[in-house]
Design a protein around this ligand. Structure first.
Ligand code: AHR
Length: 501
């Protein structure tokens, strides 16, 4: 049985814009088991001579992130980057105050840059503006990006790295509005330190791109006012404002509302765009600030924080926030990707937080197996299949009611066109828990004559089905036969490819 149809209208003249490939970024923080027993485990049977797990590298390449943010997160706000360079045997073991862990510093900047090269990803670095400031930040840029002949660049060379890392994108601290942040600041305090750090960092390397901290999430009481004040202080020196948000179905109670989370992501992005443009107008500036959604995901955060009192012992690489994602959560993750694609004119960069073990699409056992979580698939689909430009769609679909967001469209969708191959890929989610809907595709102008060549679906009759080490393929996509009729099943993630006759 098929419910009411969904009409999707596309015309090549209606585009959102070129997609910056850095929209498909991810995040590696020194948190839990992301680094140690995640990407790095020298005694693992698949480890290479540098200690990187080969099984994880293979999965990361298949996932396809384009850029990876490092080393935090909350971790960076009390981190001394110098602890992580130079001979490994001389590096200090420190208390990591963000995650109540011991940090051995076996992996630091140069190791992570090596790993990034092997994974084929661009490195995005965050500087510590919590316990440190302008001096440490400008020294780090010199260490990373200056060719040689100065104290910090020669130190890098003595550490065995001759060519500069040429790191382009730098985050000016992390979530500095948050009371949980080491070195938490008011917007005025943060704006001042961020603008001065930015000036010094740019003097070392004028080609870098800088991200100012926005709010830690859209529920912060200072959200909006924080962005406006920070941008008023920093406008001329920064290129992006950051957004962070995690979505969850608290205690698995309201799947219907949770499935509509991307409506709130749309609103969040629109509010930050409006705030950035308000400051642009106020300052009479010709420059437009873009958005870096550099932490987004689904996170069972309520459950995580219930464990706060248990995290008493100092441990190395404790198992923190190792969420196991369901089939329904993969569908929600798909809707969040759709929201990002539909805002790709302003959201130029984004990072799925995080990459391995900690709220991640890839999970590992220490010394053992690695596998794909359900959420791996929509991310890999978009990173691997999105074309060069986002199309502006008109979608008319059935609607249904939710407790949290009221009446919502059952179908959300985004489409891209590849300017080299001409291929169009439509990413669509049917959020209705009960009703299938048939797609009525209306393509006109130069898009007339396209037809569906492929339809890939992720859907499971049990929305709570998960992948585990023993059953790693329980949730995975399947191919639908191409018949001329495209039906979107209830609670499904769909990738529909179209080519010209
Ligand atoms: O990604 C996990 C944590 O969430 C990050 O360290 C922090 O920036 C955010 O609050």
């Amino acid at each position: 049985m098929t419910g009411n149809p969904t009409t999707v209208v596309m015309h090549e003249a209606f585009t959102i814009g070129e997609i910056d490939r850095r929209l498909f970024g991810s995040f590696v923080e020194h948190m839990g088991r992301t680094v140690y027993t995640g990407i790095y485990e020298p005694n693992h049977p698949s480890a290479d001579s540098r200690g990187f797990r080969g099984d994880v590298l293979t999965l990361v390449k298949e996932l396809g992130p384009t850029m990876v943010r490092y080393p935090g997160g909350n971790f960076v706000s009390a981190y001394n980057w110098e602890d992580g360079v130079g001979p490994a045997s001389e590096r200090p073991v420190r208390l990591d105050l963000a995650w109540r862990s011991t940090e051995t510093n076996e992996v630091g900047l140069n190791e992570f840059a090596e790993w990034s090269k092997s994974a084929g990803v661009e490195l995005m670095l965050a500087v510590n503006l919590g316990t440190r400031g302008v001096d440490a930040a400008r020294n780090l840029v010199e260490y990373c990006n200056h060719p040689g002949g100065t104290y910090w660049s020669d130190l890098r060379r003595r550490h065995g790295v001759q060519a500069p890392h040429n790191v382009k994108v730098w985050c000016l601290g992390n979530e500095m509005d948050a009371p949980w942040q080491i070195g938490h600041k008011t917007p005025m305090e943060y704006g001042r330190i961020a603008v001065e750090a930015a000036k010094a960092m740019r003097r070392v390397d004028p080609t870098i791109e800088l991200v100012a901290c926005g709010s830690s999430n859209s529920r912060m009481p200072t959200f909006g006012a924080w962005e406006a004040t920070v941008l008023e202080q920093t406008y001329d020196q920064v290129d992006y404002i950051s957004l962070h948000n995690y979505y969850e179905d608290v205690d698995d109670r309201d799947l219907n509302s949770f499935l509509a989370s991307s409506d709130s992501m749309d609103d969040f992005i629109d509010s930050v765009v409006a705030t950035a443009d308000f400051v642009k107008g106020k300052l009479h500036s010709p420059k437009t600030i873009q958005l870096s959604f550099d932490e987004w995901n689904i996170w069972h955060q309520t459950e995580f924080h219930r464990g706060d009192t248990e995290r008493e012992a100092w441990r190395k690489a404790p198992d923190l926030a190792e969420d196991i994602y369901s089939a329904a959560e993969a569908v929600v993750l798909g809707t969040l990707l759709i929201s990002l694609l539909n805002h790709s004119d302003r959201v130029r960069m984004a990072c799925l937080a995080q990459l391995v073990n900690v709220i991640a699409p890839i999970t590992t056992e220490p010394s053992g197996r690695a596998w794909r979580q359900s959420t791996f698939y929509p991310f890999a689909d978009v990173a691997g299949r999105a074309g060069t430009r986002s199309l502006r769609l008109s979608v008319t679909s059935p609607q249904h009611d939710t407790d949290r967001y009221g009446r919502v469209s059952s179908v959300v969708a985004a489409a891209t066109i590849d300017d080299t191959t001409g291929e169009i890929v439509l990413f669509a989610v049917n959020r209705s828990p009960t009703d299938p809907t048939q797609l009525d595709l209306s393509l006109s102008g130069t898009l007339a004559g396209y037809h569906v060549t492929d339809h890939r679906v992720l859907q499971n009759d049990d929305p709570y089905a998960v992948n585990t080490a023993d059953d790693p393929y329980k949730v995975e996509p399947r191919q639908e036969p191409v018949t001329g009729v495209v039906t979107l099943s209830p609670l499904s993630w769909n990738v529909v490819t179209m080519q010209k006759n």
